[in-house]
Unconditional design. Structure first.
Lengths: 648, 316
């Protein structure tokens, strides 16, 4: 394996010179966005005003439809058009003469290349990760404001509207702008490399997916300054409370559309990439489990995400257009919202979990120096979770007053999910058994994930069993459960993934000591923060309250202090990432001695990933098998030659 | 490894046993709920102990130095083990499922005949309970030892009725009627908590349930009937309508800050009346429209007058 740098790559073509003078205003980029976004916004406003004038509606200036159309639809479209997401397609549709692709929008040669529309999946992966980490920090700060208010009973710092806004925006950012897209970002970077592909199947769509994402996050954050305050009905945004929420609620409804569209487009991209672009020899049964995990996740996303989009559109129509989907006064059905919402949002839990399973499998196998235990069952259990995941949504509604008969079947399917999940946990444990365990930072996060996820999974059994759920539903027990699953599960695996692939992405090693310190600080403060919440819930503290009974005061104070430590632990993470990216020790191509394909190219990889298409000849996890190879990189001839050599 | 497992088991069992996880058990329904809770808890402790033992043992036993380049034995799987850890959890969760289904079916039904029936109306941010003979109050009163069937409805958004000591919970949903059975075992006063986020006053949407003996309950119902079921003095109306849930008002001892304080109202009965019937007509600085519900349907003319007098009396 030769280390290749981008400079020597055959695809390195002559790029067109950068535009000069006034042409800089019409060339794709931030300068064009500066005028195009307002222009689109004005156009949107004009359309609304024109039709209101035409219909003779009074008042002409109704801020609700104007802001919805001009601010939340047209303006972001103008921004996307301005930075150049649609240039190629617009040119193609208009029937202009074919322009040869000069790859000028592909790959990063300077840091500025990360700030523009780029079709390189590796650049997009890094763009995703930095953006999602930004939103994670924003969401984390909101959580700390929530905990500051909850440190003592009564109201101290914020009014109820702001408080409800804080936890609503916190959850929405963490779910839609951090966990889901952070996994998409990691997979964006490593998945094409892992299957031996030069890029994703649709690179331009991939770029569009990324640039749509921050629109959703900005909308959610901006809702704080909307008159009336941020959306304050929780991230679940139940009707009819959403209808009587301040106008900021529309910013959530539209923010979800942008983040959801981004998610769906990426999932389609992953599916096509995985199905059609695997290297020769990479059968489904030779795919690394991360690829399997993203395959399952993407299927979930494309089927389920349109439902959350629908649920929020219906809410939007109820508010702005005057429909009555969920308004009981007009014949609507309030629980209908919950059915549609959870038909997405339960699978969403697996969307936020399955990629983490994939990451954990990669890290544990490599760092225990053993093949993953029960590979096929691991892959099949992902599919089992995928199918079961669509038949359990009503377990969020056991106390809602929905049809009574639904509860027992939905309870059984819910509890059955413990079976494939258990298979995965036990298989990871068996992979550790008799391994040669290297407790590097990614491995610590992966093992921390397994143990914390077990707690979250077990408290899920309580919530799945209807009688217990009836008692603890909508209490702090649920808050504890969701954080064990999404923080102990998703965030821990995202951290495992970031540390694991950091050398590949940046070409530098992170600081191992700081990484470990970060892990232990997070691990301890995380448990101190969330474990006591189980007790608060069973004892009678409901969730989403700004004020609570005095008898819970001491424990809440302890939880708040722990949560500040948890927040502070991410300062270590940030410092480590920024410092190591700039000054870290140079990383070798394969610091973990992994067999999977992304480690067989240089760190960072060449712009088009592989100089020649790799030939896959075996399983990705054959650690300890003498002479085993996952792939050979110098062509089919070598593969044939290899097969002639009898295994030792 | 057995040692680590035993330690993990003992530690988690101690956490489960020595910390009072569940509130006092006051209803028959809680018996089934607690049974399911402890069944799940013991299964979970066992599983957690196994997982902790393997991780802990691997941590200690299989850890190698960073410069160790060797690989582990290439074990790809073990069919027997894999079948076992598919089948055993399957059996365990089915067991939990069966117990839960039985308990759920029991808890849905009123125990014995002669169930007491109370109609519950939830609105932002107060509860109204209509007892069998039409007596209405902001506090729920029910007899001990007999099932009470609550019929819940909501006027505006979704609320949820929960008494931790009873374990039972059910949402009140606008547009539909829902139902909940509780069978208290002991007399006493317990909190009623709204657990579904219902707006700005959600954390203050509290009431009480008072469990009375049959004789006391009958007496209370009679008394309420004689008084016409509707209190006429301002202080009682203030308490029943739940004003103190959101407003500070010295004479009533309330300190809530969801809405503006009523301690310094202008001496203008018309303004106070309008503010109760049509709260959005005038909004105090720093507060939002659309938070307070109108009390037009809830208060009779006499009650409204009594309440206005009470509020103005207090602000002087």
């Amino acid at each position: 394996m030769t280390a290749t740098t981008s400079e020597t790559h055959a695809h390195e073509a002559q790029h067109a010179p950068p535009p000069q003078g006034w042409r800089r205003l019409t060339a794709p980029g931030w300068l064009r966005t500066l005028w195009m976004a307002p222009a689109f916004g004005a156009l949107g406003m004009g359309i609304v005003l024109f039709f209101r004038w035409l219909g003779g509606w009074d008042p002409l200036w109704d801020m609700q439809p104007i802001v919805t159309v001009a601010g939340l639809v047209a303006f972001p479209l103008g921004y996307l058009a301005g930075i150049g997401c649609f240039d190629y397609w617009a040119y193609y549709i208009s029937g202009g003469p074919t322009r040869p692709e000069d790859h000028s929008g592909h790959g990063a040669r300077r840091w500025q290349d990360y700030l523009r529309v780029n079709t390189d999946h590796k650049v997009i992966g890094v763009q995703y990760l930095t953006t999602t980490i930004f939103f994670m920090l924003a969401g984390g700060l909101l959580a700390m404001l929530v905990r500051a208010e909850l440190a003592r009973p009564g109201m101290q710092f914020v009014d109820p509207q702001t408080y409800n806004g804080l936890f609503s925006v916190h959850a929405s950012l963490m779910i839609f702008l951090f966990v889901i897209p952070a996994f998409a970002g990691l997979a964006n970077y490593v998945l094409p490399l892992m299957i031996g592909a030069p890029d994703m199947a649709f690179p331009r769509l991939n770029a569009l997916s990324f640039w749509m994402l921050p629109v959703g996050g900005v909308m959610m954050l901006v809702s704080f300054v909307v008159p009336g305050g941020a959306f304050a009905a929780g991230w679940t945004n139940y009707a009819p409370l959403a209808d009587v929420n301040p106008f900021g609620n529309v910013f959530f409804q539209m923010g979800v559309q942008w983040a959801g569209a981004s998610s769906i487009a990426t999932a389609l991209n992953f599916l096509v990439t995985i199905i059609t672009m695997r290297a020769p020899g990479m059968t489904f049964w030779r795919m690394p489990l991360l690829v399997w995990a993203n395959f399952s996740t993407s299927l979930l996303v494309v089927v389920a995400t349109p439902f959350v989009a629908g649920s929020q559109f219906f809410l939007l129509f109820d508010r702005v257009v005057g429909t009555d989907f969920f308004r009981p006064d007009g014949g609507g059905y309030a629980l209908g919202y919950q059915h549609i919402f959870w038909f997405y949002s339960h699978p969403a839990v697996y969307i936020m979990m399955l990629p983490g399973f994939g990451i954990a499998s990669e890290v544990i196998s490599v760092m225990a120096r053993k093949p993953i235990f029960g590979y096929r069952l691991m892959a099949l259990s992902l599919l089992a979770i995928l199918f079961l995941g669509f038949s359990v949504w009503a377990h969020h509604m056991f106390v809602s007053g929905m049809a009574d008969w639904l509860r027992i079947p939905m309870m059984i399917t819910t509890l059955l999910i413990a079976v494939p999940t258990g298979i995965k946990v036990f298989s990871w444990l068996a992979t550790l058994w008799e391994g040669r365990i290297h407790l590097d930072t990614p491995m610590l996060w992966a093992l921390g994930f397994v143990s914390m996820f077990v707690i979250g999974g077990l408290s899920g059994i309580y919530l799945g069993a209807v009688p217990i759920d009836i008692h603890v539903s909508d209490t702090y027990f649920v808050v504890a459960h969701i954080h064990y699953v999404l923080l102990g599960g998703s965030l821990f695996t995202i951290m495992a993934g970031i540390y694991y692939w950091f050398p590949k992405m940046t070409g530098r090693m992170y600081n191992e000591r700081l990484g470990k310190a970060h892990f232990w600080l997070t691990f301890v403060s995380f448990n101190a923060t969330f474990f006591p919440m189980h007790w608060l819930g069973t004892q009678g503290m409901p969730r989403r309250v700004a004020d609570y009974a005095d008898r819970f005061a001491d424990l809440n104070f302890f939880i708040s202090v722990s949560s500040f430590v948890l927040g502070a632990s991410f300062v270590l993470f940030l410092y480590n990432m920024v410092w190591s990216w700039r000054f870290g020790e140079r990383a070798p191509a394969n610091p973990w001695r992994s067999l999977t394909l992304e480690w067989q190219v240089s760190s960072p990889p060449p712009i088009f990933n592989f100089d020649e298409i790799p030939q896959v000849v075996g399983s990705p996890y054959e650690y300890g098998v003498p002479g085993a190879r996952h792939a050979v990189l110098n062509g089919a001839a070598r593969a044939a030659e290899l097969e002639e050599v009898p295994p030792r | 490894m057995l040692l680590i497992g035993a330690v993990a088991f003992a530690a988690t069992a101690a956490v489960a046993l020595f910390i009072p996880w569940l509130p006092e058990q006051v209803s028959r329904e809680r018996e089934g709920i607690d049974l399911t809770f402890w069944l799940a808890t013991w299964i979970c402790i066992a599983i957690f102990a196994i997982v902790a033992a393997v991780i802990g043992y691997s941590f200690l036993k299989f850890r190698v130095r960073p410069d160790d380049d060797s690989d582990g034995p290439p074990i790809h799987g073990h069919t027997g083990l894999e079948i076992a850890w598919t089948a055993v959890p399957f059996a365990l969760v089915i067991a939990i499922g069966v117990v839960s289904a039985v308990v759920l079916t029991q808890n849905d039904k009123a125990r014995g005949g002669n169930a007491n029936e109370v109609s519950v109306t939830a609105r932002q941010f107060l509860w109204t309970f209509e007892h069998p003979n039409g007596v209405t109050s902001g506090t729920l009163r029910i007899p001990v030892g007999r099932s009470t069937v609550l019929t819940l409805q909501a006027k505006d958004v979704i609320h949820s009725f929960w008494v931790p000591e009873f374990g039972q919970k059910r949402d009140a949903v606008p547009g539909i009627e829902t139902r909940l059975v509780i069978t208290p075992k002991r007399t006493g006063t317990y909190p009623v908590i709204c657990t579904e986020l219902c707006g700005l006053g959600h954390s203050l949407m509290r009431s009480r349930v008072i469990v009375l003996s049959e004789q006391e309950y009958a007496a209370w119902l009679r008394e309420g009937e004689q008084a016409g079921g509707e209190p006429a003095d301002g202080e009682a109306i203030f308490a029943q309508a739940g004003c103190g849930g959101c407003h500070t008002f010295g004479p009533a001892g309330s300190t809530a800050q969801v809405g503006p304080s009523l301690d310094d109202l202008p001496d203008d009965p018309e303004f106070v009346r309008t503010s109760i019937l049509d709260p959005d007509a005038q909004i105090a600085a720093g507060f939002q429209a659309g938070v307070m519900p109108s009390f037009r349907e809830q208060l009779s003319d006499e009650q409204l007058e009594a309440l206005v007098q009470y509020l103005l009396g207090g602000s002087q």
